[in-house]
Design a protein around this ligand. Structure first.
Ligand code: GRF
Length: 195
């Protein structure tokens, strides 16, 4: 029996290294999802070129062109639905979403966050982990719900905080863990939607 692969849209704002990890993982024939669209709120972002080079439909929708947050989201929503997207993976999308968008995609949207949630929601996670003297740091894939960085946890990966780490060196170690965790967590999540 061949099961349909789940169509995934990825939201990015910049570099797109997690998006790239997802696209590459989805290149495997037995991966349960395919990346059908990448949407970025910043024209010219590096991730857009990476997606296009990998043969994935990628579009910039500049949030600066919209008077209201929801208008921007409605434009993103239209592109995602046109592409047949069933599941959204946020990957470094640096905009807080409105309840309208979150409710429209409830139960079908996930995010990766560079901390061991519930520790350090929000920004500057690596510096906060170092300042707190934590022995380990990591990343979390979670469902997106109304509270920022609060949804049910789907998976975590841990890395040590080493003596002499600064935010940049810790971020690099966590990012490597993100690139392994996110494809695995997305695959597991998409199994819920396979028919
Ligand atoms: C990652 O650290 C991710 O966890 C956070 O933003 C960063 C995005 O990096 N949400 P990239 O664009 O995937 O390279």
């Amino acid at each position: 029996m061949s099961e349909a692969r789940v169509k995934v849209g990825v939201l990015i704002s910049g570099r797109g290294s997690n998006m790239k990890a997802l696209i590459e993982a989805a290149g495997a024939a037995d991966y349960p999802a395919q990346i059908v669209a990448v949407v970025c709120n910043k024209p010219g972002a590096e991730g857009l070129n990476i997606a296009s080079d990998l043969g994935v439909f990628a579009v910039a929708i500049d949030h600066g062109l919209f008077a209201e947050r929801e208008g921007h989201e409605r434009a993103m929503d239209a592109v995602l639905r046109d592409a047949g997207v069933q599941v959204i993976a946020m990957a470094g999308f640096m905009r807080v979403l409105t309840p309208w968008f979150i409710e429209a995609w409830a139960g079908r949207m996930i995010n990766i966050h560079p901390s061991l949630l519930p520790l350090y929601p929000g920004l500057n996670t690596h510096a906060r982990a170092i300042d707190a003297g934590d022995a380990e740091a990591g990343c979390t894939v979670h469902e997106v719900t109304l509270g920022v960085d609060e949804g049910p946890v789907l998976g975590q990966a841990r890395v040590p905080v080493l003596a002499g780490d600064d935010a940049a060196s810790l971020a690099a170690r966590v990012l490597e863990a993100e690139h392994a965790l996110y494809p695995a967590a997305l695959a597991a999540f998409c199994e819920r939607f396979r028919q």
